[in-house]
Write a protein that binds this ligand. Structure first.
Ligand SMILES: [Zn+2]
Length: 298
């Protein structure tokens, strides 16, 4: 049988402090995970890694953890056929972001979306006048972006991306919680972001009241989420890389009633007759458990 290679950390991957302590015991066996567990629409909620928390910067990270190259293999092989079925709800989320972004950045400037998925955000950013570029590791999603919106995304990761220019805006929408080494990742962001450039972050907040009340049933506990930020650790990361917060919001989710029901009751996916009507009912959910942060590079 194939078993996953796991590694142990003795220090915080964000601030290198050795002052780390177990935060939560894992709820699944990390030696038996596969690409499907990394689907954006994966509904196996409550699957949490064994997490440690840094007592200095408050970053929460999986420990033991799977090395980055292995995680990237999962993303390259990812075929998320459900992702675009919620395109409308996702587009509403992204329109809110663009409305705020347009007041801070200048449409007409260059914008890079890291982890662009099927290109919904980039498509809207392009309509708002940005000169768009995107990176996406999944071949399947790169093809969807081309098929749906005629976009040519760079297939791969930031590691291998050499655009030969810097960007005025970089979007990291639900990305940071998927990274094995967010600090090393940010060195690459730094190389790609212009001075005075804006970075937009959306990421779950492990320190939110919702997360604390929901406990192990918190919907952000899923295999693809291998680490968690709070406001303190986001500020630590931004400060370390010479970025300052210009706007901070709680992220609200838009999705259809169908999507919500299939999250809670996966068997609903088979109820074809109900799909159309349930998909036409749109919900906006504000759980105050994600951050939407706009920061400027100094
Ligand atoms: Zn730390």
């Amino acid at each position: 049988m194939f078993l996953m290679e796991l590694r142990i950390r003795s220090e915080c991957p964000l601030c290198s402090s050795k002052n780390i302590k177990r935060f939560k015991k894992g709820t699944f066996d990390p030696e038996h995970i596969s690409s499907e567990n990394f689907n954006i629409t994966d509904s196996n909620y409550g699957s949490a890694w064994t997490f440690f928390r840094c007592r200095d910067c408050r970053f929460v990270f999986s420990n033991p953890y799977v090395p980055e190259d292995k995680i990237l293999e999962f993303y390259s092989g990812l075929e998320d056929r459900e992702y675009n079925s919620e395109a409308e709800g996702r587009a509403r989320n992204f329109k809110t972001i663009l409305k705020r972004l347009n007041k801070i950045a200048k449409p007409g400037k260059t914008l890079l979306d890291v982890g662009a998925a099927s290109g919904i955000f980039l498509h809207l950013a392009c309509r708002d006048g940005y000169e768009i570029s995107g990176i996406e590791p999944s071949s399947f999603l790169v093809e969807e972006a081309e098929r749906f919106y005629g976009l040519k995304l760079f297939r791969g990761t930031i590691e291998h991306y050499r655009p030969g220019k810097k960007f005025a805006v970089i979007a990291l929408l639900d990305i940071l919680e998927h990274l094995v080494e967010p600090d090393i990742f940010w060195d690459k962001i730094d190389n790609l972001l212009e001075k005075d450039g804006i970075v937009v972050i959306v990421t779950p907040d492990i320190n939110s009241i919702t997360a604390r009340i929901a406990g192990k049933r918190w919907w952000h506990y899923r295999i693809a989420h291998i680490n968690f930020f709070s406001l303190k650790s986001i500020l630590y990361l931004l400060n370390k890389h010479h970025c300052e917060v210009v706007l901070k919001k709680r992220y609200a989710w838009n999705f259809s009633l169908f999507y919500l029901l299939t999250r809670v009751f996966p068997s609903f996916k088979n109820k074809k007759a109900l799909q159309k009507i349930l998909k036409s009912i749109n919900l906006k959910l504000q759980l105050f458990d994600s951050w939407e942060i706009y920061a400027r590079k100094k």
